[in-house]
Design a protein around this ligand. Structure first.
Ligand code: PEP
Ligand code: MN
Length: 458
């Protein structure tokens, strides 16, 4: 299929030689080992009967939006926690996360003058890849924490035992989270006439408050002006489309939520709109790539610094053999120090193939470091440097950076250093809540959105 004649987004079917369980014949990295197989089978059978979280229509609508983003007509904003925890399934946390994503998208829409595809990294982001299977503390060795869908974070033998009942709990928490997000949006929470709904309590004291409020005021003026012109409220401004995503790591869970939708040409993962493959499970012949190749969702893959152009092109061919618009997003996560070296050959290879993918930048995962006491952090300056370099490198290669992938929260946490308030190493003690990777706090997230606008306008 040539790039000049891509198929319409609905015309591609799940492959004939694929089934939701065909991944089982491949090596599956990063899976827990459940001591009680019977309990696992029982939980999976229950899951397979439960209603899905999303529908194929929503998924196809998102695929179209991602196709638009790949063509330069939209910008993808994807963000949320590194890992959700069951304890964070609370109304304030969910609403705050939605607020910051809406604020950032407002900044981006206004500054870039194109619509934003809003994708939360939540309502299912419960499984984590780990660098080692076990963790040793004070002479005791236990299984690593693999996210709340698998085991508990507390360092004791009972909590660290993988428990299949957590699969059902993760499905329920995801449904509760998504239900609340849908209700907020349907109720007008995302209404552009009322961006003040999204103000978080402490924003008024932020160094960025003035710039943000000036922007809100100018959008308010434009909305009022347009509505005066057309003589009525513009309905489309009352609602925002919102999608969910997670790393589809735990293949037992993903398979149980994979359903056949005959009129939509095949199988869909209905646990989320937009699953991605993490860097540690992107092996061409591994189980994750096998599972992903057959589902009809738009899919993303994290691309790290060790990937060669040849490996990348084989991955692209395997996951998107039809060069289908909106199907494939490549999220590069190189690190500020490596991006100038590692990214350009990949951009050139994809460009030379004549294929269209959506390129997104994750400026978080290549910039993680440990400071005194083993605390994991990221420096805002490195995050910013990687993102700015990414825009430049795409421009030089004749490709286009069409999105960002961020670990962020609406809370006033102190997990990443730097930013408008210049958080220091000492500040990390104050409000460090992540159980895994450090997130941008509310203010740092907004700052990054403003920075993207400045960069794109250069
Ligand atoms: C993540 O997104 O939390 C993650 C583990 O990223 P990566 O697969 O890019 O390391
Ligand atoms: Mn992470």
């Amino acid at each position: 299929m040539t790039a000049s004649a891509p198929p319409p987004v609905t015309a591609v079917r799940s492959p004939e030689n694929w089934r939701p369980d065909s991944w089982r014949a491949h090596a599956a990295a990063q899976q827990p080992s459940y001591p009680d197989r019977a309990a696992l089978e029982e939980a999976l059978a229950t899951l397979a009967q439960l209603p899905p979280l999303v529908t194929s229509w929503e998924i196809m609508a998102l695929k179209q939006q991602l196709a638009d983003a790949a063509a330069g007509r939209r910008f993808l904003l994807q963000g949320g926690d590194c890992a959700e925890s069951f304890g964070d399934c609370r109304s304030d946390r969910v609403a705050d996360r939605l607020k910051i994503l809406l604020q950032m998208s407002l900044v981006l829409v206004h500054g870039l003058e194109i619509p934003v595809v809003r994708v939360g990294r939540f309502a299912g982001q419960y499984a984590k890849p780990r660098s080692t299977d076990t963790e040793t503390r004070d002479g005791q060795t236990l299984p690593s924490y693999r996210g709340d869908i698998v085991n508990g974070v507390a360092f004791d033998a009972a909590a660290r035992q993988p428990d299949p009942r957590r699969l059902i709990q993760a499905h329920s928490r995801s449904a509760l989270t998504l239900n609340f997000v849908r209700a907020l949006i349907d109720g007008g929470f995302a209404d552009l006439h009322h961006p003040e709904y999204w103000d978080l309590a402490w924003v008024q004291h932020s160094p960025l408050a003035d710039e943000y409020h000036r922007l809100v005021e100018s959008i308010g003026q434009s909305v009022r002006f347009m509505e005066t012109l057309v003589g009525k409220q513009i309905g489309a401004l009352n609602r925002a489309e919102f999608y969910i995503s997670h790393e589809a790591l735990l293949l037992d869970y993903e398979q149980a939520l994979t359903r056949e939708v005959p009129r939509q040409w095949g199988w869909f993962n209905l646990a989320t709109h937009f699953p991605w493959i993490g860097m540690r499970t992107a092996d061409l012949d591994g189980a994750h790539v096998e599972y992903f190749r057959g589902i009809r969702n738009p899919v993303a893959v994290k691309i790290g610094p060790s990937v060669t152009p040849d490996q990348l092109m084989r991955l692209v061919e395997r996951l998107d053999p039809d060069n289908e618009p909106g199907r494939l997003t490549l999220i590069h996560r190189m690190g500020a120090a490596a991006i100038a070296d590692k990214l350009p050959p990949l951009l050139r290879a994809v460009r030379a193939s004549g294929r269209t993918v959506l390129w997104s930048c994750d400026p978080m995962h290549g910039n993680t470091e440990s400071v005194a006491g083993g605390i994991k952090t990221r420096r805002f300056d490195n995050i910013r440097a990687e993102l700015e370099r990414a825009f430049d490198l795409h421009a030089e290669a004749g490709t286009r950076l069409g999105g960002v992938h961020l670990e962020m929260t609406g809370d006033n946490v102190t997990e990443c250093m730097g930013g408008a308030r210049d958080l220091s190493e000492a500040d990390l003690q104050r409000a460090y809540r992540s159980t895994v990777d450090p997130r941008l706090n509310y203010e740092q997230s907004l700052e990054l959105a403003m920075l993207i606008v400045r960069k794109r306008r250069q």
